[in-house]
Design a protein around this ligand. Structure first.
Ligand code: FES
Length: 346
């Protein structure tokens, strides 16, 4: 038995059958709602990040990045998903299973306290995922030579600080040896990084590192809307979450006064604001269009009025109520509290 805390990690790629788009609008809306409810049952049991691949890849439409403490939870999620009506129209073109593990190589230059056995995703817009297999000759090289080759890898990676890597291990669990997932906001920077890594010694020992998936992070409702069909009629619920139900979403140091940040709570994208030392959290998606409100600005810090970046719709941050411009529907609001260094939302 290992004494490390390890997590089970699954990248589940989904494809929607075209027949679903022929269903009537009410049915499509109801199926989206049922799908979200099925996934939400697992709030608190695992970390689940939804991504859309519409427009980035031809053979799959969505991806659910799941991080759990055991395989049973992953099985339960998949059973729930495929027990929905929408699940009857979904196929699984790709699926990768891995586990977190501390690297056998020594990287003293990595930031202190970085714990590679617990996945802690950032709020980056993109996730670039691929399965990875090394040539067997790599494992026959002296350890010192492999360590030096990995040092070269790390040196190049540090030239691209906006790109963050998550490596999970699949030896014996799934067909690949590793699953590599890079988080970042700039696909161009990622291309530059990968091109530079091709010139390293370690790269010569790559057996396979395809297919590659460019995944776009968004809330589960938004992912479902990218699939087409009737737009999800997301019910706005301004009641506080039952029970305690707080989740740590950011560090206090991430959000100085006047700053905003998009964070993720379960399957929802949430816009977090620090207005003069008071924190507010509202749904990140504007109720008028699809703007990301974490990119909006607080135009009246006294009354805490948020202005949408697209059509200048305004909302009260405290209540979520519209306060001018095109939006008619209120935003969902969340409770916020601070505990030590952490900002928690619930
Ligand atoms: S998308 Fe926000 S006001 Fe139009």
């Amino acid at each position: 038995m290992t004494s490390e805390r390890r997590q089970m990690v699954r990248y589940l790629f989904l494809r929607l059958l075209p027949a679903w788009r022929q269903l009537d609008a009410e049915d499509q809306r109801a199926q989206k709602a049922q799908f979200v409810s099925a996934v939400k049952q697992f709030h608190g049991k695992l970390l689940l990040r939804p991504y859309s691949l519409m427009g980035t890849r031809g053979d799959c439409d969505a991806m659910l990045w799941q991080v759990a403490e055991d395989v049973d939870t992953l099985q339960a999620v998949e059973t729930a998903i495929f027990s929905t009506k929408l699940g009857g129209y979904l196929t699984t073109p790709y699926s990768y299973l891995g586990v977190t593990k501390r690297s056998i190589y020594d990287f003293p230059t990595l930031p202190d306290g970085e714990d590679r056995t617990v996945i802690s995703p950032s709020d980056s817009r993109y996730l670039f995922v691929y399965p990875f297999i090394k040539k067997r000759e790599w494992y026959g090289l002296p350890f010192e030579q492999r360590q030096e080759a990995m040092n070269q890898h790390v040196r190049i990676g540090r030239k691209y600080p906006s790109i963050r890597i998550n490596t999970t291990y699949s030896f014996g669990l799934d067909d690949q040896e590793f699953i590599v997932a890079f988080e970042g906001d700039d696909p161009g920077a990622f291309v530059d990084l990968v091109m530079e890594l091709r010139e390293t010694e370690a790269s010569a020992y790559t057996e396979r590192d395809v297919p590659v998936f460019t995944c776009v992070q968004m809330s589960l409702w938004e992912v479902l809307d990218t699939l087409g069909g009737a737009a999800a009629s997301r019910e706005v619920d301004t009641r506080p979450t039952e029970g305690d139900g707080f989740t740590a979403v950011a560090r206090v140091s991430d959000l100085p006064a006047g700053a905003s940040k998009r964070v993720y709570l379960d399957t929802e994208a949430v816009a977090l604001f620090n207005v003069g030392g008071t924190y507010f959290a509202v749904s990140d998606r504007c109720t008028h269009g699809r703007a990301s409100l974490s990119e909006g600005r607080v135009v009246d810090s006294g009354a805490c009025i948020l202005e949408c970046p697209w059509h200048r719709g305004r909302f009260e941050l405290e209540t979520g109520r519209p306060a001018g411009g095109p939006p008619n529907a209120p935003l969902k609001t969340y409770r916020v509290k601070v505990a030590g260094d952490q900002i928690l939302v619930g």
